[in-house]
Design a protein around this ligand. Structure first.
Ligand code: MN
Ligand code: MG
Length: 373
């Protein structure tokens, strides 16, 4: 108590040498649009593929966590559909209550703090999704989907109490708010699965509806898991790619984007859009990222937080989409990440069953068939 009194006194006198603001480095890590790509394998070509797979991204995650004191890992949606392994589960093996989907098993092998739903989570109906999510060891948030008749499908947002170590070695407890969004087009794309069961609303409208409650909960930092991409121009309402508009909503500090399967910062299609800094990685000045698809990149939003008074603010940031491979000018693939054994082990049985499933002959033809494509 005596120490606190002396410090307060020094601050009042304006000689606050010992009162330099606390500085804290936090890495926000993002995967997006994994689409059941876990093993670095091309099931159609029936051979290894160094350009895909969460097992590879996981080693970048491990490295990114290893050289900083504080990090948080998020997934940005489109995880349950999109590969032969996903098809094998959905169409051949099935997913009963109590069973663990291999994508969820792989994600559980990493310390995800939270995820959000992508449009493809709805492709196999709500029961399949419920069975999938039931085994996830981390929560999901989505603010713009509600059940018909009321109630959320998953929580609109969550607050996570996290203890971080600052640059001076002192610990601080921060409240991290996380809110999620999905393209409202799911109501057309999966009409058969969703009509009469859920309603999806405009992303920015949903943010404006829910953010006041999240702000009331006094978060130190708010991260939007936006399964939606970045396009310029005016808001039209029900925008599929609404991340740039979302960045104007008060209280949101960091925007993780996805859905377009593009890379931000740096992707050519993001050049010259008003409000988008394609070098620094920001939307209307707020840090933002989009790490490709199928595990091709890890999104790294490196934040420098500074405490002024009772409030933490982002003093500086650096954004990078780090690739698991590079392509040489003559189109050769150079791997930049090894596969994590723990992630491979989590899906070994289902991966091997998928190989058997994919190798089954589906019929035979007496007439020759060829394809130039
Ligand atoms: Mn996707
Ligand atoms: Mg999508």
């Amino acid at each position: 108590k005596a120490g606190a009194a002396i410090a307060a006194c020094a601050a009042l006198q304006g000689t606050a040498a010992a009162q330099a603001p606390a500085k804290l480095k936090l890495r926000v890590l993002e995967t997006t649009d994994l689409h059941v790509n876990i093993v670095p394998y091309d099931y159609f070509r029936d051979g290894p593929d160094d350009t895909v797979g969460l097992a590879k991204t996981a080693s970048l995650i491990k490295a990114a966590q290893g050289d900083v004191k504080n990090s948080l890992l998020f997934d940005n949606g489109d995880f349950l559909q999109g590969s032969s392994l996903g098809d094998y589960i959905a169409y051949k093996k099935g997913l009963k209550a109590g069973e663990t989907h291999p994508m969820i098993a792989a994600m559980n092998a990493l310390p995800y703090l939270c995820g959000t739903l992508g449009n493809h989570e709805f492709n196999y109906g709500l029961e399949f999704l419920d069975h999938g999510l039931a085994k996830a060891e981390f929560p999901m948030v989505c603010a713009n989907v509600e059940r018909v008749g009321g109630g959320p499908l998953v929580d609109a947002w969550r607050l996570f109490e996290q203890s971080f170590e600052d640059e001076a070695g002192n610990r601080h407890v921060l409240q991290i708010g996380v809110i999620g969004f999905v393209p409202p087009q799911i109501m057309q794309w999966d009409k058969g699965n969703l009509d009469g069961k859920i309603v999806a609303t405009d992303i920015v409208d949903a943010a404006e509806k829910h953010m006041p409650d999240l702000i009331d909960a006094q978060p130190d930092l708010v991260i939007a898991l936006c399964h939606s991409g970045i396009t310029g121009g005016a808001r039209r309402g029900q925008d599929e790619n609404a991340a740039l508009h979302l960045s104007k909503v008060e209280g949101i500090d960091v925007i993780l984007t996805g859905h377009q399967h593009l890379v931000f910062p740096g992707g050519k299609s993001f050049d010259g859009i008003d409000g988008v800094d394609n070098v620094k990685g920001s939307l209307n000045g707020k840090p933002a990222c989009q790490p490709g698809f199928w595990g091709s990149h890890l999104g790294i939003v490196a934040l420098e937080l500074e405490k002024s008074g009772e409030r933490w603010k982002i003093a500086d940031f650096k954004v990078e989409a780090k690739p698991i491979y590079e392509r040489t000018p003559d189109r050769k693939i150079v791997p930049k990440a090894a596969a994590e054994p723990a992630v491979l082990a989590a899906v070994k049985v289902d991966h091997e069953a998928t190989l058997t499933y994919m190798r089954e002959p589906v019929g035979s033809t007496a007439a020759p068939i060829n394809s130039y494509f």
